[in-house]
Design a protein around this ligand. Sequence first.
Ligand code: FMN
Length: 193
Amino acid sequence: MNTRLRLVADRSATTARPPHEEPLHEEPGPGAARCLGLYAKLAAGVTVVTARGEDGPLGMTVSAVTSLSARPPLLLACLRDGSRTLAAVRSRRTFAVHLLREEQEELAGRFASPTTSAAERFAGTDTRQVLGVPVLAGALAWSVCLTEDVRRYGDHHLVVGRVAAVHVGPGRPLLWHDRRFGTLTEPVPGAAG
Ligand SMILES: Cc1cc2nc3c(=O)[nH]c(=O)nc-3n(C[C@H](O)[C@H](O)[C@H](O)COP(=O)(O)O)c2cc1C
């Protein structure tokens, strides 16, 4: 009798799992489509991230840009896997972030279009080199960053940049919310233009 009891106890010890090892399918996650619905509700400024590629300037529209630290000055951007701009940000170790003005919706669309070549994206916009990086004229603000870290998370890469140069100009920001461009409805205190 004692032996039988011990055998039963031993078998239950091998099949029971600690709570943190419970299989995930017992509480299924919300799925990518529902998460994208959540992300769409994040109101964000619209930026264009540029970098110098092998054959000339590269750039893409990015709304996933956030300030990270003031001392040292760091910001972060999330760039999709396979992006041409990301490859240059990685290899050249420098990039620029331009915060767009509310009048620059067309520019944002151009730098997001997968069928528009890099040269076409830059066509008609004055560009100069700052620390070897193409900087677009007319942005609300821009910074040139040294690539501090690039780390893959899921289908995007987290890029951390150390801010090496900054310019802040007049105007109001272009916004992205609910998969649409928008603008602030209230006047910006102290904003000219
Ligand atoms: C408003 C808006 C915001 C976007 N935000 C991002 C973003 O945060 N990260 C990203 O990887 N792509 C974002 N995209 C998509 C890229 O701009 C797009 O995939 C672009 O074609 C990539 O260019 P590349 O492959 O030449 O680098 C956004 C597009 C739009 C219209």
